[in-house]
Write a protein that binds this ligand. Structure first.
Ligand code: NIG
Ligand code: FE
Length: 406
């Protein structure tokens, strides 16, 4: 007697770009069987075992990819910084604006003054376009509150987004993002507040899945970042780091020493940083939106990452200052045109490697048995089309945990 696999839904009629091992590994004319939001069988339709499903969807061609993952965003914030955008177009630099009390601090002031309900409403509005283009998992950082109350407020808003929308949200406490004005000249004291109060409170409340910091001359030194990492480890949280965005401080090597999930930006990373990251399994998260908006000219050392086998992820860095980006697909294109990634590397960057940057490599980011049933059907002929079209909205069917997202 042949045994029948019972499942909730079966998806067929399209080529499946699995992204197993970070490669296309396409299954032509494939099928995916789903039970309880997870993939229970995937393979060629022609070699499918006996499967019973209450819901069978047969696509008329096209491709299926894993749901896209945006592994670095600052989507929750108050206000906007279009005025600074104009200043920068007139030649004032990001560092100069920060030194004048603008930059991150202007968003901190606006965020502190915005209620939790308003922050939620504004973040929903920014998250919608990402959702519509196939994002099924997003990371959201705090970092514009810089007090215990307002950092926790941001993290609560991030958690609420996951309750309101069919999307997974991973939260990151980025209290060590900038020095709040009330701590001027006392940055070590602020780091102590971050380590002794903000991180433990965020962890205790279950509001943070990871801890991040900004290692830069206009933010915090490697020594201060290390204190933050020690506090994160004590709270049982993995770390990430904004590193080597504007200058080489070996922040990414420091992050690797603490088994960071990722080091992000990395325009000024060196080969030694790449080697350290490779040994630690730290993902290089590349942020072409910030590179583009700041008119950077130094590209992240993609050749070193390839040479040393460092997985590369791509993210929007959606934030009001350096990357008001509301499209991950545009970032895929920019990673190819500006950073010379191949479309296959760029797709791995928003699927499997993005999952790894969030500590989710075993359960997300590729289409394999046992993984989450988060995937997108696109009426496209080749996966490279995802890197090719600029803007617009590609029609797609988004499946989150085995169900079509309306
Ligand atoms: O990822 N680099 C630091 N943090 C953000 C920018 C934040 C801001 O300017 O508001 C980034 O680019
Ligand atoms: Fe960032």
């Amino acid at each position: 007697m042949t045994s029948v696999i019972h499942c909730d839904s079966l998806w067929q009629g399209a080529d499946i770009v699995t992204m197993r091992d970070g490669k296309y590994h396409t299954i032509h004319q494939g099928a995916i069987a789903v039970r309880n939001g997870e993939i229970v069988w995937i393979g060629e339709q022609a070699s499918m075992p006996a499967i019973s499903a209450s819901n069978i969807v047969t696509f008329d061609g096209g491709i299926i990819t894993p749901g896209l993952i945006d592994c670095h965003t600052h989507l929750v914030f108050g206000g906007d910084r279009s005025g600074e955008f104009e200043q920068r177009l007139n030649g004032v630099s990001y560092a100069e604006i920060a030194a004048q009390g603008g930059g991150i601090i202007s968003t901190v002031n606006a965020t502190r003054d915005t209620s939790e309900a308003q922050l939620l409403e504004q973040a929903l509005f920014r998250l919608q376009p990402l959702l519509a283009e196939g994002v099924t998992c997003v990371e959201i950082k705090s970092g514009y509150g810089l007090t215990p109350q307002s950092e926790l407020k941001m993290l609560r808003v991030a958690r609420q987004l996951a309750e309101l929308l069919a999307i997974e949200v991973k939260t990151t406490c980025l209290a060590a993002h900038a020095l709040p004005p009330e701590y001027r000249g006392r940055s070590d004291d602020y780091i102590q507040l971050v380590c002794d109060t903000i991180i433990p409170q965020a962890a205790e409340a279950g509001l943070a899945d990871a801890v991040d910091a900004f290692c830069e001359h206009l933010a915090f030194s490697p020594e201060q970042v290390e204190r933050v990492f020690v506090a994160a480890k004590a709270a049982g949280l993995p770390v990430k780091l904004h590193a080597e965005q504007l200058s080489p401080l070996a922040g990414s090597s420091l992050a690797a020493r603490y088994q960071a999930l990722s080091a992000d930006h990395l325009e000024y990373a060196t080969e030694a940083d790449a080697i350290a990251m490779s040994r630690a399994g730290t993902v290089a998260v590349l942020l072409p939106g910030a590179y583009y908006l700041l008119r950077e000219t130094q590209c992240p050392p993609v050749e070193f990452f390839r040479k040393h086998g460092v997985p590369m992820a791509i993210a929007s860095d959606a934030n009001p200052g350096t990357s008001p980006a509301l499209s991950l697909r545009l970032m895929i294109n920019m990673a190819c045109t500006l950073f010379h990634l191949t479309p296959e590397e760029a797709l791995a960057g928003v699927t499997l490697h993005a999952a790894q940057a969030l500590g989710l490599r075993e359960s997300h980011g590729s289409l394999e048995t046992g993984k989450k049933a988060d995937f997108v059907h696109w009426p496209l002929s080749r996966p490279a089309e995802l890197a090719y079209w600029l803007g617009g909205q590609l029609p797609c069917t988004i499946i989150f945990r085995g169900e079509v997202r309306q």
